[in-house]
Design a binder for this molecule. Structure first.
Ligand code: M6R
Length: 611
């Protein structure tokens, strides 16, 4: 978690860093801070969002051509000014920002306490900084050497960036397990957790790998490994436009991203779904076709919304490919000594490609001989690098903390993989295959139809915004959609919500039903439609308020539900891509009616790079 930005070059560093931090705020917004080096080393830190830091700096001297900035998602130590980064070393010469966790910080801290160090924060970051400073002061070595020695003792994940009063034109950065991109300009360099703070200045970037150290000056970039060998930086061209990371007239990123879905799904299908040839072309699948086709078992590993996509995919793969599928929370899978090995295929689903639990879970499965196949949005992310192969979702940058367009793009990619494998294996009959291909190609326009009801859903959200609890129910393919609806509402509106398989509600949740409880049914036409109609009646008999997502043309449910949201008819396998849209809008508008910051819900961060 946390976002980092740093700059060295001919511009004023402060505006570059401030703007960059605003772009990275999705990674954490518990506190923000900046260190600038000009007439000495100045640190500015503030609890809360970057805008608060900016306000507090009006009238301050923020001059300087080199600086580092940080936006924090707290791990060690509560969100506060004193725990905000950057931290300053005991010698006063160094300032450091850090993204990650130093797992053995307790032991290092004790060693430093024994040497007489004192600490001004509760963070693991300050411990690492004092440790580096101590090595440099005692060994009389360069900062670079001190960092190398220190990092060999460190257990955990980090990106660190340090400024040093003894080398006022140099930034030193190192990475293990957290992302770091360097932007190369003319007489200037930029560092950041992702490319969004860099994009408007340069498209030439270098992605730093684990165990690498970068020494950066305005005109020089030196990359080394921890063994002090010089490496050749691999310069890549950024495939990202500024418009993709700006709000483009929408009030929030979340709304923009919900409305982007007809395009993102289309982009995801484009060049892959070849209707004229009845083919799905996915080079990532083709490269590992034999292993995928012959998989003994597929294990979907993911967290949060991506895990919900995995649940939908379980139904799809079992149906179309007749292969056993398990869906695992990465955080449980990694600690469970799972039985996994050659012949198993792990599909790692992640928007960011940086989620720590997913990353470690697949590393473990890879060591045990499984094929790792990533379904990821962020190109070149950590999970992408360690996967054997994969397919990108091409949804573009997702900035809102709540995942929306990434989810539907994940479903589109997973559906195409299942269709392709089912076809190869002969487990899907030709008619169904053709029909699904055609229906899949129509999903973008059907999503557009759902979005046209945004104003109705807005009114509905206003009606229920004061509820304290919600239940979300669905059957079959719509059960994971119900889970996703509940998660979205919780994170955006802070209303307690639970998702359940509709039939399971009789085994407990029905006890919650009274005339104050809104129950959202995802009840589009599918083979269990009559069953879910009965479940709706059971809720109505207990005076619950029923809000239902239903298929256009359904004449039964509107007679019993309090409110309905319509989606166009489609095959049940593809329905989750449509049915989730009204639930995304319901959460968004509920959060807005409650006056909440929907793009940055409290306590959350976009990519969870800590366990
Ligand atoms: O980047 P990932 O897809 O790996 O992230 C997984 C979860 O952290 C993420 O889906 C989270 O649950 C979102 N806030 C949901 O909206």
């Amino acid at each position: 978690m946390c976002g980092i930005v740093a700059y060295v070059g001919h511009r004023q560093a402060y505006p570059v860093i401030l703007k960059g931090l605003k772009r990275l705020e999705y990674r954490g917004y518990d506190s923000a801070g900046i260190a600038l080096l000009s007439d000495g080393l100045k640190l500015f830190k503030k609890k809360g969002k970057v805008a608060g830091l900016e306000d507090s700096l009006v009238g301050e001297n923020v001059q300087g051509h080199i600086g580092i900035g940080h936006t924090r998602w707290a791990t060690h130590g509560e969100p506060s000014d004193r725990n905000a980064h950057p931290h300053r070393s005991a010698s006063g010469k160094l300032a450091m920002i850090h993204n990650g966790i130093i797992e053995n910080y307790g032991q290092l801290k004790q060693e430093l306490l024994n040497k007489g160090y004192s600490f001004t924060s509760d963070t693991d970051t300050e411990v690492l900084l004092h440790f580096i400073d101590d090595i440099r002061e005692n060994n009389k070595c360069s900062l670079e050497e001190a960092i190398r020695i220190a990092l060999k003792r460190v257990v955990g994940a980090y990106v660190i960036v340090i400024v040093d009063t003894e080398s006022p034109d140099t930034l030193i950065a190192a990475r293990k397990g957290s992302p770091l991109v360097i932007g190369i300009g003319k007489g200037e360099h930029f560092l950041a957790s992702d490319a969004s703070p860099i994009i408007e200045y340069t498209k030439e970037v270098v992605y730093v790998n684990d165990y690498e150290l970068a020494i950066i000056r305005p005109d020089e970039l030196i990359l080394k490994n921890l063994g002090n060998e010089t490496l050749t930086p691999f310069v890549q061209k950024l495939d990202l436009e500024l418009a993709a990371i700006e709000k483009g007239g929408y009030e929030h990123f979340m709304l923009k991203e919900i409305f982007e879905q007809p395009h993102t799904i289309y982009d995801c299908l484009r060049g892959r779904l070849e209707l004229s040839e009845s083919k799905i072309i996915m080079s990532g699948v083709e490269q590992h076709l034999e292993q995928l086709k012959n998989a003994k078992r597929i294990i979907m590993v993911a967290c949060g919304t991506s895990w919900h996509a995995g649940l939908v995919a379980e139904y799809i793969f079992e149906e179309l490919c007749r292969v056993p599928v398990e869906v695992e929370y990465a955080s449980e899978f990694r600690y469970r000594n799972p039985i996994v090995g050659p012949g198993d295929v792990i599909i790692a689903i992640s928007q960011s490609g940086e989620t720590a639990d997913t990353l470690v879970a697949i590393e473990k499965a890879k060591e045990q001989g499984a094929l790792i196949f990533g379904v990821l949005n962020v190109v070149g992310s950590s999970i992408a690098r360690i996967s054997h192969g994969g397919a990108y979702t091409h949804a573009g940058p997702e900035i809102g903390v709540a995942s929306t367009k990434a989810f539907t793009a994940q479903l589109a990619v997973l559906t195409m993989i299942a269709l392709k494998l089912g076809r190869e294996k002969g487990t899907i009959d030709n008619d169904r295959y053709q029909r699904l291909l055609t229906e899949l190609s129509l999903i973008p326009e059907k999503v557009q139809t759902v979005l046209e009801q945004a104003e109705n859903i807005n009114s509905l959200a206003r009606k229920y915004a004061q509820a304290t609890d919600f239940l979300f129910l669905g059957r079959g393919y719509n059960f994971p959609v119900a889970l996703e609806g509940a998660l979205k509402l919780k994170e955006i509106s802070y209303i307690h919500a639970e998702g359940y398989p509709a039939a399971e509600m009789k085994h407990g949740p029905i006890a919650l039903v009274d005339d104050t409880l809104p129950v959202v049914f995802v009840a589009t036409k599918d083979p269990y439609h009559e069953k879910i109609v009965s479940n709706i009646q059971e809720i109505k008999a207990r005076k619950g308020k029923v809000i239902a997502v239903i298929s256009e043309g359904d004449e039964t449910i509107p007679q019993m539900a309090d409110d309905v949201m319509y989606v166009p008819a489609c095959d049940e396998i593809l329905a989750p891509m449509l049915n989730v849209i009204p639930l995304q809008l319901l959460s968004y508008y509920t959060g807005v009616h409650k006056g909440l910051d929907v793009d940055k819900p409290r306590n959350l961060a976009k990519s969870v790079t800590v366990e």
